[in-house]
Design a protein around this ligand. Structure first.
Ligand code: ZN
Length: 301
């Protein structure tokens, strides 16, 4: 059996694993994110100790952003401007290659998650959006089976949204835009606006309608722009199961019957779904990136 390495590189933790996208992780470890030197020293130690499982054919990195994702760019794999101390300019691929000299594939954590969810759902689908609602709001897009990159990677978590009246004059927390979607609806914004965490909010609290109305605006915008066959909603905030049906209902209202494939509530229930991967989608996606990297190097490009 061919085995691969996977790194889901997040702002608070790096999850490292050895295994494959179809077989899952044979071994994994969670490493707290500190400065690049100490973090990658622990990552290197994990993969060194994992040599007893066999030889690793390729490595995939599902990275926090912003990160240069275009393989043709001389900066491919570098972290761009980030408030995380010490990380700006870090070359994720060179850091990994220093301890594991194998083909390496890299994409954003959310694009990798979108690839993984597409593979998990199967059914011949080609177009999918993966949304994570947690400390931030990230959106990964796969179109025609490939993750979407343009001038950068998708940043749909920062779209402007129509404010909900019940949100009062809450200014929003995004340092760039104030009341963009992430500024209004990510976990820290929820805590700041309502002085509560989503796991401790009573049923009659206005939070549910407000949060669902914002996330529905994202879903409607995604359907109207890139036409995904599925939108997968994951992340810490989405662990509150009451949100999903509310978001579906608001999305259908916002679309107003305009999109033929999304007229009925059943259509929308089929199209907006929770994650299907057995392990975290970003980690499974990192395995997929590893597997693709070895195939592309075998083809000579
Ligand atoms: Zn923003």
């Amino acid at each position: 059996m061919t085995i691969f390495g996977a790194i889901e590189a997040g702002g608070t933790k790096f999850v490292c694993a050895v295994g494959s996208s179809s077989g899952g992780s044979l071994r994994s470890a969670t490493i707290p994110t500190r400065d690049p030197d100490s973090t990658f020293a622990d990552v290197a130690a994990f993969f060194s100790a994992a040599r007893d499982l066999g030889s690793i054919a390729g490595l995939g990195i599902a990275s926090f952003g912003p990160v240069r994702v275009n393989p043709a760019s001389p900066q491919y794999g570098r972290i761009l401007a980030t408030p995380k101390p010490g990380w700006e300019g870090t070359d994720m691929i060179a850091r990994a290659r220093a301890f594991l000299d194998v083909p390496i594939g890299l994409d954003t954590d959310v694009n990798a998650a979108a690839l993984a969810e597409l593979a998990a759902i199967g059914a011949g689908l080609q177009h999918l959006a993966y949304v994570t609602v947690g400390t931030g709001i990230g959106v990964g897009l796969v179109s025609a089976g490939r993750s979407v990159h343009g001038i950068g990677h998708p940043e749909a978590g920062h779209i402007p949204v129509r404010r909900h009246a019940a949100h009062g004059d809450f200014a929003g927390l995004c340092p760039f835009h104030g009341d963009c979607l992430e500024g209004l609806a990510a976990g820290p914004a929820v805590a700041a606006a309502w002085n509560v965490t989503p796991s401790h909010i009573p049923e009659e609290h206005p939070f549910w309608e407000v949060e669902a109305s914002y996330l529905a605006q994202l879903c409607a915008s995604l359907f109207l722009t890139t036409g995904p066959e599925r939108i997968v909603l994951g992340g810490g905030v989405m662990k509150q199961e009451r949100l999903l049906p509310l978001i579906r209902g608001h999305t259908r209202e916002l679309l107003g019957g305009y999109v033929d494939a999304l007229r009925s509530i059943e259509d929308v229930e089929r199209a907006i779904v929770p994650p299907a991967c057995a392990e975290p989608s970003g980690l499974v996606g990192a395995f997929l990136l590893a597997e693709r990297s070895t195939r592309s190097e075998t083809r000579g490009g």
